[in-house]
Design a protein around this ligand. Structure first.
Ligand SMILES: [Zn+2]
Length: 450
């Protein structure tokens, strides 16, 4: 028998929403719970947060009649968070257990700050405990290739969640030196890795990767940035392990949703988050199955609840039940970020995700940086590739061919809107972004705002 294991989030969420004793568990029950929680979070935010009191004045006083009414409420944007994060705070300063300051991708240029109290952090630890049990067993060691030095950081919360299932989390931090990370895998004999896609790629494609005995690494969890199919395939092939994908933002308390053994969308953390998908241009809610911008409402956060927060991520809610049998909703693979692309003329858009898919599929590529440089009213695409110096020539040919196959590049070049610089190769990974998302750098924007 080869039946898929049902996602462990199923039982966890069932218990959390008070359905533990029921034999039947359907999407409607989750929806009923979420509607009740949405009503509560509106009331709570209006009472304690000056921002929401003003934004929702008069809207939330009479309770929430239904999802349609909720879908008519205004959005919260990254600019709102950057403008005055303290306006969102619903607890006293002394209750704040963790503050995260992030460079804002919004237009204000101010960093955004997020606040969590101890109860909020506990919710994430609880999610990590159950979410990680998809791919980790008691007694295993997990190397965490993410930031984790500070209390309340993602690594710290993962270690705590893993300890609850009898697994040991070891924080290494983002990969700066692949050899050092490979040493850490061997020293600790870790069976599970948690990391950032391009950084895991730098391990599997490193010559020293052969030191890792076959069968040692059983599962890998990828998170934080866009996850190219070619990186998933490269890891599976190199180590013969399972590769699971996670979706989450600092705004969702790091955790958001995780794949099950079916590897077909992220099962969402539905007891803590309400996820919508909207048309990025009109803001209108989109039906399941249709791609748009992911919008998140926190249902259980105390320090800084977020209501209809526009994430900038593009994905769709999958309409069918998961092959694992769980009725929990799934978010389909995140297809990229709205602001992580460059417009080439009125109709063509070159996305970082498309470049990732095309360039990481070349076996010797370890990382790359892409920029659009202003040139006589149009753009010049400049790609710098980090690869093994022994494979320079070979790489050059493949990268050129991959770029030429990209529809956005081909069409924009044909219309005279884009030229492509000769690809540059470097043995150094000088453009690594650490734990930050990689972006398509559009220098035309820098010029126009300077
Ligand atoms: Zn599933």
């Amino acid at each position: 028998m080869n039946a898929l294991r049902i996602t462990p989030l199923e039982r966890w969420i069932r218990d959390k929403i008070g359905m533990a004793s029921q034999s039947r568990f359907t999407r409607d029950e989750v929806r009923r719970y979420q509607l009740e929680k949405l009503g509560q979070v509106l009331g709570y935010a209006c009472r304690y947060s000056p921002f929401y009191r003003q934004l929702l004045s008069g809207l939330a006083n009479d309770g929430l009649a239904g999802f349609e009414q909720f879908a008519a409420l205004p959005f919260t944007t990254v600019e709102d968070l950057a403008r005055d994060p303290l306006e969102f705070l619903c607890v006293s300063h002394s209750e704040v257990a963790r503050v995260v300051t992030l460079r804002s991708s919004g237009t204000t240029g101010f960093p955004k700050r997020l606040f969590f109290d101890q109860a909020d952090l506990e919710l994430t630890v609880d999610f990590f405990h159950h979410g990680m049990s998809t791919l980790t067993r008691a007694g295993q060691r997990v190397l965490i290739l993410m930031p984790g030095g500070l209390p309340g950081s993602v690594g710290d919360l993962l270690v705590k969640g893993l300890a609850r299932m009898g697994a040991e989390g070891i924080v290494h931090g983002p990969v700066r030196d692949p050899e050092e990370a490979i040493d850490a895998i061997l020293t600790h004999r870790t069976q599970v890795l948690v990391g950032i896609p391009v950084q895991l790629l730098s391990l599997v494609r490193h010559p020293q990767s052969v030191r890792i005995p076959p069968g040692l690494i059983q599962n890998v969890l990828l998170s934080t940035d866009y996850i190219p199919a070619s990186i998933v395939a490269a890891i599976r092939q190199a180590w013969g392990c399972g590769v699971y994908q996670h979706y989450g933002l600092t705004e969702t308390g790091y955790g958001g949703g995780v794949e099950c053994d079916a590897h077909d969308g992220y099962h969402l953390r539905e007891a803590d988050l309400f996820v919508e998908v909207v048309d990025p241009a009109t803001g209108r809610s989109l039906p399941e199955g249709v791609s748009g911008e992911v919008v998140v409402t926190t249902l259980t956060r105390r320090a800084m609840p977020l209501i209809r927060y526009r994430t900038g991520d593009v994905a769709r809610l999958l309409p069918d039940y998961c092959p694992c049998g769980s009725p929990l909703r799934r978010l389909g693979k995140v297809a990229g970020r709205l602001n992580n692309g460059a417009a080439l003329g009125p109709y063509a858009l070159l996305c970082m995700a498309a470049l990732d898919e095309a360039i990481f599929a070349i076996p010797q590529v370890l990382n790359f940086q892409a920029e659009i440089i202003p040139a006589n009213g149009c753009g010049r695409l400049r790609v710098t590739v980090h690869c093994d110096p022994g494979r320079f020539e070979d790489t050059l040919t493949h990268v050129h061919a991959a770029l030429a196959r990209l529809p956005a590049v081909r069409e924009a070049a044909a219309q005279g809107l884009l030229t492509v610089d000769p690809v540059r190769l470097t043995p150094e990974n000088w453009f690594t972004t650490g734990a930050a998302k990689r972006t398509l750098i559009d220098r035309r924007r820098e010029r126009s705002t300077a």
